[in-house]
Write a protein that binds this ligand. Sequence first.
Ligand code: CO
Length: 161
Amino acid sequence: MAILPIVTYPNEILEVECRKVTIFDKKLKKFLDDMYETMIAADGVGLAAPQVGKETSIAIVDIGDETGTIELINPEVLEVKGEQTDLEGCLSFPGLYGEVSRPEFVKVSFQDRKGRNLLVEAEGFLARAILHEIDHLHGILFTSKVTRYIEEDELERYENE
Ligand code: CO
């Protein structure tokens, strides 16, 4: 496995529509393993392929709960419900945090590394992380959804909650 360089804003690749994955081969598996290692090394809870320079519809999410790592290939949002507002950041915007409103619940269809069709349902922080990463695959950045940026002194208050 290898740690990949993370693309930071501004960079054109962060704002493109990603291509669907059609080939589920060894190269894809290695890329997913590298993405995982990169996300862990960067202390992130999610990572999308364009953030490591690839315009492909691949994202991984791991919020450190019992769900483990979810590998989302060609994900599509099927259903959303409710609303939540919370603090959000992004590995492509180091040091930047803001409040973002997102659905409280999400249902997503996707493929795994073997090309099998699967569904995931999530709520709360996991739903937020999944929706943030799927946005990346459509070139949508969290900054376009921030309603209020959070200063560093306020950040401490959020972290203590
Ligand atoms: Co991000």
